[in-house]
Design a protein around this ligand. Structure first.
Ligand code: SF4
Ligand code: SF4
Length: 105
């Protein structure tokens, strides 16, 4: 089965929580999720975010997510319009699927 059976939950953004501004934690979480997408690539043609991500990895020295710079990580986020197509139509890593998860805010 592809995608989710339900729309993603929009969690309240904890902008008053200091942890929200932890750049190292954000960097680690982006790289964790991007590495899952790198290993999957089913969403390569859904929007601008995925080609930006996959091209950046393919052009990186070792073709690894670890090679990406912070501006490259940000470019993927900035291209996302929150259309939910990846969540609803493709991803095998969102509920009701188990194993690893890609969280959404
Ligand atoms: S939510 Fe839409 S724009 Fe954002 S990454 Fe998924 S398919 Fe692309
Ligand atoms: S299906 Fe899921 S893991 Fe695969 S590229 Fe799309 S969002 Fe990433």
């Amino acid at each position: 089965m592809e995608g989710s059976l339900e729309a993603p939950t929009r969690h309240t953004i904890p902008w008053q929580d200091e942890a929200w501004y932890d750049e190292a934690a954000l960097d680690a979480e982006l790289r964790r999720v991007y590495d899952i997408c790198h290993g999957c690539r089913r969403c390569f043609n859904l929007c601008d975010s995925f080609p930006i991500l996959f091209d950046s990895i393919d052009e990186a020295p070792n073709e690894e997510v670890e090679d990406l710079t912070t501006p490259q990580l940000k470019a993927v986020v900035d291209a996302c319009t929150l259309c939910d197509m990846c969540f609803m139509t493709k991803c095998p890593y969102v509920p009701p699927h188990s194993s690893i998860s890609i969280s959404r805010t």
